[in-house]
Design a protein around this ligand. Structure first.
Ligand SMILES: [Zn+2]
Length: 270
C-alpha cells in the first residue's frame, strides 16, 4: 500500500505510469479521467504516442491542410496533456494508419527503451479489441505486449483499457436530446463498434470528479472533436453520468508487483 496523504487521498508521488497509445486523442477518450486522477495523486504520467495522427479524419468544419494535420494534432495533444496533468508526451513518428505493420522492430525498441528510462510502476495500453477493432490500436497492443513480455520477471504490470459498449451511442443520443442535429458519427466510426469486441473488464476506476477535465482534454482535439461533435453538446453533469467510469483489465503477463493503478479500481466480480 502506498502512503495516504493527511486528507486521506492516495499519494502516488515517486510512481510513474507509462501509457502507450496510437494517436493524439486516444489518451483523452480512452482513459483521460484515470490519467488525471493518477496525476492528481502525484503520479508522473508519461504518454508514448506512436504517431502524430496525420491520417485522422478531420472532424472540424475548418479545413486542415493534409500535410499539416500531424502538426496540428501534435499541438492539440500537448494542450490536452496539460489539462490532464500528463507530465511528459513522447511523440513517435511511426506512420499513422500503418502501425500494425510498419517499423515493427523500431517501435518495439521505442517501448523497451521507454520502460528502461522511466521505470514505470504500471503500463496502460489498448486491449486486443483496439477499442473498436482499429488496426493501429491493435498494433500498439501487440507491440506493447511483446515489449513488456521481453522484461520477463522484471516486467511492470500491464493494463488494457477498453470502452464500455453502448457509451458512444448514449453520448450521441444525449447530444441529440440537447438539440444537436447529429450528422455522421464521432470519429466516423459506427458507434456500436466501440467496446463491441472487448473482453469483460477486471476493474473499474471511478472518475466522476475528473470528467470535466476528461471532456476539456477531449475538446482540445479540435481537429477530431469539432463544433458539431456530440462531445461538444453534452453538459458536464451529463458527461459525469456517461463518462464517470473507466474500465481496465490486467494483462495475463506475470509481474512482480501490483501497480498503484489498481488501488484506484473497484474490482469487477468475475
Ligand atoms: Zn486512435
Amino acid at each position: 500500500m502506498s502512503a495516504l496523504s493527511p486528507a486521506g487521498a492516495p499519494d502516488f508521488s515517486g510512481r510513474t505510469i507509462l501509457v502507450v497509445l496510437a494517436h493524439p486523442d486516444d489518451e483523452s477518450l480512452a482513459c483521460g479521467g484515470t490519467l488525471a486522477r493518477l496525476a492528481d495523486a502525484g503520479a508522473r504520467i508519461v504518454l508514448l504516442c506512436a504517431s502524430r495522427g496525420e491520417k485522422g479524419s478531420v472532424g472540424d468544419r475548418e479545413p486542415v491542410a493534409g500535410d499539416n494535420l500531424g502538426a496540428v494534432r501534435s499541438d492539440e495533444l500537448r494542450e490536452a496533456a496539460k489539462v490532464l496533468g500528463i507530465a511528459e508526451v513522447v511523440l513517435l513518428d511511426h506512420p499513422d494508419g500503418d502501425l500494425r505493420w510498419a517499423e515493427v522492430p523500431q517501435f518495439h525498441v521505442d517501448i523497451v527503451l521507454a520502460v528502461q528510462r522511466y521505470k514505470p510502476d504500471g503500463v496502460i495500453t489498448f486491449a486486443e479489441d483496439g477499442l473498436y477493432w482499429h488496426l493501429d490500436h491493435i498494433g500498439v497492443h501487440e507491440r506493447t505486449y511483446t515489449a513488456i513480455r521481453s522484461f520477463g520477471p522484471w516486467a511492470p504490470p500491464l493494463y488494457y483499457v477498453t470502452i464500455r459498449r453502448g457509451l458512444i451511442q448514449e453520448i450521441m443520443d444525449t447530444a441529440a436530446a440537447n438539440g444537436l442535429n447529429v450528422q455522421g458519427t464521432p470519429f466516423n466510426i459506427e458507434p456500436d463498434a466501440f467496446g463491441d469486441y472487448a473482453a469483460a473488464p477486471g476493474f473499474l476506476v471511478d472518475v466522476h470528479e475528473w470528467v470535466p477535465r476528461k471532456l476539456a482534454a477531449l475538446r482540445c482535439h479540435r481537429s477530431q472533436v469539432g463544433p458539431d461533435s456530440p462531445f461538444q453538446h453534452i453538459t458536464d453533469a451529463q458527461a459525469r453520468g456517461l463518462l464517470g467510469v473507466e474500465q481496465f483489465r490486467r494483462s495475463p503477463l506475470e509481474a512482480g508487483w501490483d501497480s498503484v493503478i489498481e488501488q484506484l479500481g473497484e474490482r469487477v466480480a468475475s
